[in-house]
Design a protein. Structure first.
Length: 166
């Protein structure tokens, strides 16, 4: 009788342990409401995972465009942050989402958010990138070959290295 109880206990405990190990990362993000034209800005998220976070990316596009591009997010000791190129004045809004993948290839992404581009003074708390080195070294990666070989003209290319899709 004891031999049957041990396997039964293992079967009860094991699935619960496996379920936790297979959980995707948790991405917590407070969306930005607005930003200002011509200035790079930073968006951050708290990302946690049962395993290690393998990648954290910030996908973005000019509102209404078909394809997203992305920037990698770096761990700052508390959160993961990514810097986006400054939107041109003609750009009315930017759509973005954050995606994290753990080292077991479990992905998780946020909803898609919209950031309005408003004149300086109208946007009260723009999430501007304060680190000049980060603002001068933005690496944008295309997600589709139809995006061409340069950054969408809705964004200022200053300080941007654009990586076309292969």
């Amino acid at each position: 009788m004891k031999q049957m109880l041990v396997p039964a206990l293992v079967l009860l405990i094991l699935p619960a342990a496996l379920a936790r190990a297979d959980e995707p990362p948790v991405v917590e993000h407070q969306p930005a409401v607005c930003t200002v034209p011509e200035k790079p800005f930073s968006l951050c998220a708290a990302i946690s995972a049962e395993r290690n976070v393998a990648t954290a990316r910030l996908y973005f596009r000019r509102a209404g465009e078909e394809y997203y591009a992305f920037v990698s997010m770096a761990f700052t000791g508390v959160t993961y942050c990514g810097t986006l190129p400054g939107p041109r004045e003609k750009t009315k809004a930017i759509e973005y989402y954050i995606q994290a993948v753990d080292d077991a290839y479990q992905p998780q992404r946020t909803s898609t958010f919209r950031v309005e581009v408003k004149p300086e003074g109208v946007c009260e708390f723009p999430p501007l990138e304060k680190d000049k080195a980060k603002a001068a070294a933005i690496r944008v990666v295309a997600t589709d070959h139809k995006q061409g070989r340069r950054l969408d003209d809705g964004f200022d290319p200053t300080g941007v290295t654009f990586v076309p899709h292969p």
